[in-house]
Structures are given as structure tokens and as C-alpha cells.
Design a protein around this ligand. Structure first.
Ligand code: NAD
Length: 494
């Protein structure tokens, strides 16, 4: 396996031979023990662009072993030193951001502008957690009985298994790795098989930044279920942090329950976007475009149901259709592209099926709605109006560039409809009336609310969902790092 790390001189050129993409175990780059590989496909062209190892149970055991060997040293590393290494990870990611963005665009297909945004967001988790690493504090108090002091110390939870999806190959990994390392934990990352290259490129950066061997291990596999079960069965593993679909999250919660392992779950969403009559139309349209079209709709926070009040409905649909129809669709790596391809052909077929079902039930296609011929997994930006409430896409994540618009009349009505889902990740509200905005925000069942804006993610804010969108929070002051620590209480008499 090629040992060379990323060449900063190459800047935005991505030469796959120029960086290691073997399994990253104990600081070494190795092939899978069975020699098998997984092909990585560019969704814009359908071309195979690289291959990565297909890890076995034996490789997973080696990764846990490496994380266990590195654990005592990393846990004892001074917080200031850990902080400086994390800060260096941030700096190197920023230095290499153009190359990383190009890599993300190639393996995920997202438009380069979205990939650049992702790299900046992903790097920020290192900067933020470099600052958090030196601010871990405990508690000290007197017991109510007066007999002793209560001392509470926060300690690293132990070895963590981290599992991430393909839609944000850099950010979903750094949102876990950075706080875990700040807390003093060692980790095994299993990125999605569709987008493994970014994870390996980042592993080389961590190593260059001074993260010791074994502190971050990365492995790719086509058998995530058996490998995860085996890792969770190792008593040294104490944490599972998962980002992905609610279905897989449920399976993993059951698996973790067998060993009573702490779980953080960032799962699926079905975000409502609510536009009241008194909203500023341009602000609402700008916000809707970001909430719907960041990553071509392949985001857990993507607006999945757009509820628009009757008085502003027609102007909103007209404005949204104009903006969606004008988007440049193309290869992710093309700088002009505003909407790249979907991740797989299967994803395109699912979106096509949802749109067909909605139109059969009476939804009107304002733009898009037809799968194009030719290479690449493309689906056009699509607006549907007059969408009835009982369509499948109102219950399921569309995960694509389709905006279904539903009409509503009253505040009570829209709150009930917004909450009529098993999910509760993000929601968007547009109104000029701040009192109404805050009232509706408090009643909508979601972990995150964007008020008069289309973007909610921020490393400095707690990210996460309620209901079946997950358990726990990532990012934010204390929240993200707390997921990787455990309280130890000492009853002290002196
Ligand atoms: P997915 O659940 O299919 O896969 C996620 C990860 O889990 C991948 O690495 C996959 O290989 C792995 N996996 C699959 N089956 C597994 C098993 N049995 N055991 C262990 N690991 C397994 O999800 P996806 O299609 O990659 O990503 C899209 C989903 O992720 C959407 O539902 C989206 O909403 C969600 N998501 C949530 C957030 C959030 O922060 N809440 C962020 C991004 C994506």
C-alpha cells in the first residue's frame, strides 16, 4: 500500500495514488487480511475511481487492539498537548481544503461549492474541540448531610466505535473524532463504503498533525453488521456513536444493548419548513433554497415538507420554481455546478418512485420530475405543488432535490401537521413576527429550529434530534464532548 501522505503542492489536483487508502490501523496502512477490495464510484460519471480494502473480522479485531494499546497514553496526554494536536488537524485541513473538497466531490458527487462548505464545517470541529479539550472541568460540593465532600470528575469513556454515512464524508467523521480525542478517547471509524477516500485522506492528516498511532483507526467494509457486532462484543469498547438512517440506528441500539454500551445516535429527519403569510418572501425563498438544496437535498436536515400559508402560497411557489429550474445541474467537480448527482442509481430510483406516487395522488409538477438519460446518477431540481398530506414523501426522507409544497391556513393546523412524523431533527420557520416565531419554535417537535434562515448546523451549537431522529448531541458547548466522557463521583471525607 502506498505510504506517502497528501502532497500539499498538488492543491486541488486529486491523484489517488498520492495518498494512502489502505486500512489505517495502529498508524499503519494495511490491506484487508483477505486481500479483497471495494470499488469507489464517481456518481457524476459512474467511473470507478479507486479501490479500498474490504476489512474482515480479523482486521476489526486488530483495530480494537490498536485503539486499546494507544488508550492509556492518549488518556494521560496533557489536555494542552491534545488541544495543540487538534488545532494542528484544523490548520492542515484548512491548508488542504481545496484538495479535500475535490475528493469529496469526486466520491460523493456533491457540487464543489457544497464540498468546500463541508470542509470548512468539518475543520471547525477540530478548532472548536481544541478549545474544549482544555476546558473539561468537574464539580465539587458538600454533601447535604455535611459528612463528606462530593467530588465529580469527568473521565474519557474508553474506546469508541464511530460509524458515519456518505452524505457528509468529512464532517460526520470530524464531528465525532474531534470531541472523542479532546475527551481523551481512542477511536475506530467505519466510514460509508460509498465515500471512504475522504476518511482515509483525513486519517493521513491526523497522523501528520501528531495524533499518535492507534488513537484514530479507520476501516472500510462491505460487512458492517458482523464487524460492528464483533467490535461491540469486545468489553474494551465502551461507546458507539452512529450517524445514519433510523432503521440501522435501531438495529445498532439493539446490538449495543447486549453489552450495555453507551450510544449516541444521529438519525434520519423529515424537516418541515413553514412559511407564514407575514414572512419576507425573498428571505423565505433564500432560506428554502439553502434548506432544500444544500448537498442537492442529501442532508438529514433537508427541508422535506414545505408548508406555505395561503396568502403567500402562490408567490412562494412561483419564486421557488424559478430558482429551482435555474439551478445548474452537472458533475460535482465542475465549478459551475449547483446541483450534483445523487449518490447511487438506487437513490435516483427511490426519488423517482416518490415523485410518481405524489403525482398520481394529485401533486402538480412545477419543474423537473423526470429522470434524465445518460451517465451519472442525476435527478433534476423539482417543485411539486398542491401536494396532499398522505403522500409517501411526507413520511419518508426524500434525500434529493425535490421540494413538495403543502398549503396551510392556520398556525394550529401547521404545527399539528409539522409534528405528524416519527422524526424530529430540524425545522424551519419563516415569519416577521418574532413572538409567533418563538411560539411555534417551542411547539414544533425538533431538536433544532432555524428561524428566518435556511442553515442550522454550527459546531458551536448542539446538533441532534428528538423522537426517532436520535439520542444525544454533537457539537455545542460541553454537549458534544460530554458524549465521550463519564462522570466519576468520589465521596471524600477529610
Ligand atoms: P445508513 O444507515 O444506510 O448507513 C450509515 C452507516 O452505517 C454507513 O457507514 C453504513 O455502512 C453503516 N451500516 C449500515 N448497516 C449497518 C449495520 N447493520 N451495522 C453497522 N453499520 C451499518 O445511512 P446512509 O444511507 O449512509 O446515510 C443517510 C442517512 O443518514 C439518512 O437517513 C440521513 O438522514 C442520516 N443522517 C443523519 C445525520 C444526523 O446528524 N442526524 C447526518 C447525516 C445523515
Amino acid at each position: 500500500m502506498i505510504q506517502q501522505s497528501i502532497d500539499p503542492e498538488e492543491d486541488d489536483e486529486v491523484n489517488f495514488q498520492s495518498f494512502s487508502h489502505g486500512l489505517h490501523i495502529g498508524g499503519r496502512w494495511v490491506q484487508a487480511s483477505n486481500g479483497r477490495q471495494i470499488e469507489v464510484v464517481d456518481p457524476s460519471t459512474e467511473a470507478v475511481i479507486a479501490a479500498v480494502p474490504d476489512a474482515t473480522l480479523e482486521d476489526a479485531a486488530s483495530a480494537v487492539e490498536a485503539a486499546a494499546l494507544a488508550a492509556p497514553g492518549w488518556r494521560e496526554t496533557a489536555p494542552r498537548k491534545r488541544s495543540e494536536i487538534l488545532r494542528r488537524c484544523y490548520e492542515l485541513m484548512v491548508e488542504r481544503s481545496e484538495m479535500l473538497a475535490m475528493l469529496i466531490s469526486m466520491e460523493n458527487g456533491k457540487a464543489l461549492r457544497d464540498a468546500r462548505g463541508e470542509v470548512a464545517y468539518a475543520a471547525e470541529f477540530f478548532r472548536w474541540n481544541a478549545e474544549e479539550a482544555v476546558r473539561i472541568t468537574g464539580e465539587f460540593g458538600i454533601a447535604p448531610s455535611g459528612t463528606n465532600r462530593i467530588v465529580v470528575d469527568y473521565q474519557p469513556i474508553g474506546i469508541c466505535v464511530l460509524i458515519t454515512p456518505w452524505n457528509f464524508p468529512a464532517a460526520m467523521a470530524t464531528r465525532k473524532i474531534a470531541p472523542a480525542l479532546a475527551a481523551g478517547c481512542t477511536v475506530i471509524l467505519k466510514p460509508a463504503t460509498e465515500t471512504p477516500l475522504t476518511a482515509y485522506a483525513l486519517a493521513a492528516i491526523y497522523q501528520e498533525a501528531g495524533v499518535p498511532p492507534g488513537v484514530v483507526n479507520v476501516l472500510t467494509t462491505t460487512s458492517p453488521g458482523p464487524l460492528t457486532s464483533a467490535m461491540l462484543a469486545d468489553p474494551r469498547v465502551r461507546k458507539l456513536s452512529f450517524t445514519g438512517s433510523t432503521g440501522v440506528g435501531r438495529t445498532l441500539l439493539a446490538e449495543a444493548a447486549k453489552h450495555v454500551i453507551s450510544c449516541s445516535m444521529e438519525l434520519g429527519g423529515n424537516a418541515p419548513l413553514i412559511v407564514f403569510d407575514d414572512a419576507d418572501l425573498d428571505v423565505a425563498l433564500d432560506g428554502a433554497m439553502v434548506a432544500k438544496m444544500r448537498n442537492a437535498g442529501e442532508a438529514c436536515t433537508a427541508a422535506n415538507r414545505l408548508y406555505v400559508q395561503s396568502g403567500i402560497h402562490d408567490a412562494f411557489v412561483e419564486g421557488l420554481t424559478k430558482r429551482m429550474a435555474a439551478l445548474v445541474v452537472g458533475a460535482g467537480t465542475d465549478t459551475a455546478t449547483e446541483c450534483g448527482p445523487m449518490i447511487t442509481r438506487k437513490a435516483v430510483a427511490k426519488i423517482g418512485r416518490l415523485v410518481e406516487e405524489a403525482t398520481l395522488r394529485g401533486a402538480k409538477v412545477q419543474c423537473g420530475g423526470t429522470i434524465p438519460d445518460g451517465k451519472g446518477f442525476f435527478y433534476p431540481p423539482t417543485v411539486l405543488s398542491e401536494v396532499p398530506d398522505d403522500v409517501e414523501m411526507a413520511r419518508e426522507e426524500i434525500f434529493g432535490p425535490v421540494a413538495p409544497v403543502f398549503r396551510f391556513e392556520s398556525e394550529e393546523d401547521v404545527i399539528a401537521r409539522a409534528n405528524d412524523t416519527e422524526y424530529g431533527l430540524a425545522a424551519y420557520i419563516f415569519t416577521r413576527d418574532l413572538a409567533r416565531g418563538m411560539r411555534v419554535a417551542s411547539k414544533v417537535e425538533a431538536g433544532m429550529i432555524a428561524l428566518n434562515r435556511g442553515l442550522v448546523s454550527d459546531p458551536a451549537a448542539p446538533f441532534g434530534g428528538v423522537k426517532q431522529s436520535g439520542l444525544g448531541r454533537e457539537g455545542g458547548q460541553h454537549h458534544g464532548i460530554a458524549e465521550f466522557m463519564e462522570a466519576k463521583y468520589i465521596a471524600a471525607s477529610f
